[in-house]
Write a protein that binds this ligand. Sequence first.
Ligand code: PA5
Length: 430
Amino acid sequence: MLKETRQHVIGDFLMTGETEYHWGDTYRSAYKKLYSRSGQGCEMTDWIDWPIKYLESDEYKRLKKTAKKIREQNDAVIVVGIGGSYLTPKMVIQSEFGESYNEFAEENENPKIYFVGCDLSPDRINGIMDLIEGCDWSIIYISKSGGTIEPALTFRTFWKKLYDLYGEEADNRVYAVTDAQKGILRELANEHGWESFVIPDGIGGRYSAFTACGLLPIAVAGINTDKFLQGAVDAISDCKEANSFAGKYAMWRYYNYFCESKVELYAVNAPELSFLSEWLKQLFGESEGKNGLGLFPTSVVFPTDLHSLGQALQDGVRDIIFETFISRDFKSSVKIPQSDLKDSLNKYQEKDFSQASAAAMDGAFKAHTEGGNPCCMIRVGNTLEDLGYLMQCMFVACAIYCYMIGVNPFNQPGVELHKKQMKSSPEWDK
Ligand code: PA5
């Protein structure tokens, strides 16, 4: 039932006869490369059916038990990671709880969760150190390579504080999510006996949402990971069907790319989804932006940004931007009240804020289309299954689209270069 709803609400756009006529062969060849595992980077495609395997695995059973223990033992949890090693949990927690997860953590009997290692601000580190003062806390350290400098420096800093507080007991308060065999984090985990979980060889950082990388922190936040994984499982077979949402979305991006758009703008309908945009930007930006090819993904929240960037979108530089609206159903309702105020708003009374939001999205969609930006609307339900489903579809869409434009969706040579340059920067010698 849910599955049908999801199929109905996601997508339902584009893939006209014309696009099939023009680009059907390019699409089919990319689809074949992905599913026959013969395209560039094909050794990194184990995410294709990973959620099915993981749902039944022993590691997943252990992960849920460990998450329960972490919840019971701690007032706060420090999650260390960057890029693909932090965006999924940050996004899912924000999408479920909005900005207020930590504010209501105690009331909901959840530990507070602080994401660190994704920036290098000493002010923020100090702020979080102050916030966890007097708390019982543990660390989840996520890094596939185990050597990324931002999280590594941050982990060392929080580890010192943890060790100063708990002594040898600190080793029972670190949980590592990393490669099974290689990397400094794996070596540290083995040496110290930290409980650890694996990001498999065949799954890269930004495709690791349904491994312990995404699942351990969200389970600690009290989120039902079974439902989240089930959504991804449902998407696996749907994505293989002709005319799937993933295929249509890959085609939509390719169509715009072919028409020489340079920028894809994600426009979400609620601030709770701003990290869904961050997640999408990383998935697509890091997968497609190479060899001088690909689109540049960016994002806005509507209606907020209609009052800042709306003018430029409507009427500014033309022919480089297309817009992908993501409109999620809301979970609750706020009616516009009856009132004696002479504010000329009586015609809206008893209407819901969700209608106001839908009207804003609809208005922007029509206005921007008229202004010349191609727009499409992705409508999604608000359950965890819907979110898991959408994310797995996005993996498939991203990989197919990258094969359509001829790039390897699974490497990130540019990121590797910056990592190297940062380590040898003269700033360290000042
Ligand atoms: O998608 C990717 O591979 C990257 O964004 C990585 O997740 C990011 O660079 C962090 O790498 P690591 O998990 O090795 O610390």
